[in-house]
Design a protein around this ligand. Structure first.
Ligand SMILES: [Fe+2]
Length: 315
């Protein structure tokens, strides 16, 4: 093998474990071009505010981590902002903030709440941040889905589900809370399961039919999303059908790193959460001309845990 500066840096980083610094990034990440760019994923930020009641989570780890969510997101954001070549886009597949301190819409316009704090934190990224919805961004049935959508539109400038095209890549934020399983009036109501609803499935299929290199985000891991919703029509067969152009399906929710490999057709990864670990972010290099996606910090992940090895060397 020919050893150049790039392969040397990669080999050193892998051998040394923690020797993975922004300066190494500048050696392993290729320069941006009209078809090549870098993006990051952060998930399950679970931002809180002064109205949050301490000690209301399940267990010590959850009760401690919820108090550190802002600090950990700021740490991840500093690292992401510092990288050169620059990270050009950030995607966040849900649980932007943590639950609703009030079921009254007006409350969110009379007080500075976790939604406003989340917006301020996301605005501190030096690149666009694209949001998806998580279960904690809803409070069905206490708060209607419509009210959550309205708050997101007003305050976070985000739609219930959305698509971003960038430099030849397509990024699709799916919303697994739009279907019957999250409709309190449906016989299928069961918040432990995700579903998209026929309208969103049709929207997603129209986007996938163009077969651009695509990354799909969805809050619930596919394991707990209804495979089919209308007869044999549903997300699982759809992902399989377009697995030639879907480069990866990324979920959050479980807050731990899990690799479902090709169980659902395209590569499916569950990302850990910045709530539990400031190092739990994903960094990618995408090249639409070569139709490739490199997950740059994959080797730092500690699978089946909340944690990743720190990106910044300790000395
Ligand atoms: Fe979460």
């Amino acid at each position: 093998m020919k050893i150049d500066r790039r392969t040397f840096a990669l080999g050193s980083a892998a051998a040394m474990g923690t020797l993975w610094t922004p300066s190494v990034w500048s050696q392993v990440a290729q320069a941006a071009s009209p078809s090549r760019f870098h993006f990051a994923v952060v998930s399950d930020t679970h931002i809180i505010d002064e109205f949050y009641k301490k000690g209301t989570e399940n267990g010590v780890e959850d009760n401690q981590s919820i108090l550190l969510t802002t600090e950990r997101l700021v740490s991840a954001r500093s690292l992401i902002n510092s990288l050169k070549p620059k990270i050009e886009q950030v995607f966040l597949p849900g649980d932007c903030f943590h639950n609703y301190p009030s079921a009254e819409y007006d409350f969110y316009f009379k007080n500075r709440t976790r939604i406003d704090i989340a917006k301020e934190l996301f605005d501190g990224f030096e690149m666009p941040v694209h949001l998806g919805f998580g279960n904690h961004d809803y409070d069905v049935p206490r708060v209607s889905r419509e009210m959550s959508h309205q708050l997101f539109a007003e305050k976070l400038k985000a739609k219930p589900y959305s698509c971003v095209d960038y430099k030849g890549f397509r990024f699709i934020h799916l919303n697994n809370f739009m279907g019957a399983t999250w409709d309190k009036n449906s016989g299928e109501f069961n918040k432990g399961l995700g579903s998209l609803g026929e309208e969103q499935l049709n929207w997603a299929e129209a986007l996938l039919q163009e077969r651009k290199p695509t990354v799909v985000f969805i809050h619930f891991p596919l394991w707990i999303v209804n495979a089919t919703e209308v007869k044999d029509y549903g997300l699982h067969p759809m992902l399989r059908k377009y697995s030639d152009s879907i480069q990866m399906v990324i979920a959050g929710h479980w807050h731990k790193w899990l690799d479902f490999a090709h169980t659902y057709g395209p590569q499916h990864i569950v990302t850990a959460a910045t709530r539990y670990d400031a190092n739990a972010y994903m960094l990618f290099e995408a090249d639409s001309q070569k139709q490739t996606l490199r997950w740059m910090n994959k080797d730092l992940v500690e699978w089946s845990t909340h944690y990743s090895k720190p990106y910044v060397a300790k000395g």
